[in-house]
Write a protein that binds this ligand. Structure first.
Ligand code: FPP
Ligand code: MG
Length: 297
């Protein structure tokens, strides 16, 4: 993963503007899930590493823009770029990272460039869907799934597909692996927002609901609540919850088994992703899915 960070540094140094590197240094390096998938499928080569750097730049840019949109002050436990340097700088840094990524992408094979740019359009549409769904309490599971597919799974799907394209393997099978892994990943992430504490999350717990995000466990909870509890739940939407309200919410989640139900759904997608690539017996890809779904919540 160090090699990918080195390529990103080289790309951005070429732009000869020091503040870009200063701001970049304040972002914490993520898990690089998308790169891990691509390299596990395509194997290691200069071309594969360049493509990983491009994908990580796109991912980082989308997070910069997302933190502006969500008005988040924390990212991966550290101050977000918008909190540290202001929204204007974070916005432009995101634009620079995107543009440089696309410049480098133009040097790749046409099918790879088209696959990835198409995914980035969908990614932005996913963010629009997220903003739209956050306007009111969303009770619709299909709308939630369509949104997380666009917002999260699309880039993971495209990264796996790019790996298959480089290695001349089955794009559909590896794409299906990435898509289902991406859906499982976002559902797990949304569950952790409810079940983890601030120290683990690197941001306050239950922050999704405060931001207007009615994630899967909330949708399930609403579905099986009586009229009285439905009303109470809707009244807490987007509110800065006090301790009593947080305790009520957590008790509802436990009592109605909706966390468990969400985890079962995440595992279902995890198993679909394993199924898609079963015949390739790729242990690295299998381990990535298992580490995500076989864990304590
Ligand atoms: C995080 O979601 C956000 C994303 C995974 C995608 C963000 C995409 C954009 C901002 C659109 C990209 C823009 C262009 C121009 C292509 P989250 O807020 O649920 O997760 P978080 O808790 O990590 O913030
Ligand atoms: Mg966000």
């Amino acid at each position: 993963m160090q090699e990918i960070d080195n390529i990103i540094q080289t790309y951005l140094k070429e732009l000869s503007y020091e503040p870009i590197l200063t701001m970049l240094a304040k972002t914490s390096s993520g898990k690089k899930l998308r790169s891990k998938l691509l390299l596990s499928i395509a194997g290691e080569s200069k071309e594969a590493y360049n493509l990983c750097a491009i994908i990580e730049l796109i991912h980082l840019a989308s997070l910069l823009h997302d933190d502006i949109i969500d008005e988040s002050d924390l990212r991966r436990g550290a101050k977000s770029i918008n909190a540290e340097f202001g929204a204007k700088n974070a916005l432009m840094l995101g634009d620079i990272l995107y543009s440089k990524a696309f410049y480098e992408l133009s040097k790749q094979e046409k099918n790879i460039a088209q696959n990835l740019s198409n995914a980035v359009c969908k990614l932005a549409i996913g963010e629009l869907m997220d903003v739209d769904l956050s306007k009111k309490f969303n009770e619709n599971k299909d709308a939630y799934l369509t949104m997380i597919y666009h917002k999260t799974a699309v880039l993971i799907e495209a990264s796996a597909k790019c790996g298959a394209m480089l290695a001349k393997l089955d794009e559909e099978a590896f794409g299906a692996y990435g898509k289902n892994l991406g859906l499982a990943f976002q559902i797990v992430d949304d569950v952790l927002d409810i079940t983890s504490d601030e120290a683990t999350l690197g941001k306050p717990s239950l922050s999704d609901f405060k931001e207007g995000k009615t994630t899967l466990a909330y949708i399930y909870l609403y579905e099986i609540s009586n009229e009285n509890d439905k009303e109470k739940l809707k009244n807490l939407f987007k509110k800065d919850l006090n301790e009593e309200e947080k305790a009520w919410l957590k008790q509802q989640f436990t009592e109605k088994n909706v966390i468990e139900k969400s985890i079962i759904e995440a595992k279902r997608y995890g198993n679909l992703s394993l199924e898609a690539i079963k015949k390739y017996k790729n242990e690295k890809l299998e381990t990535i899915v298992k580490a995500l779904i076989d864990r304590n919540f």
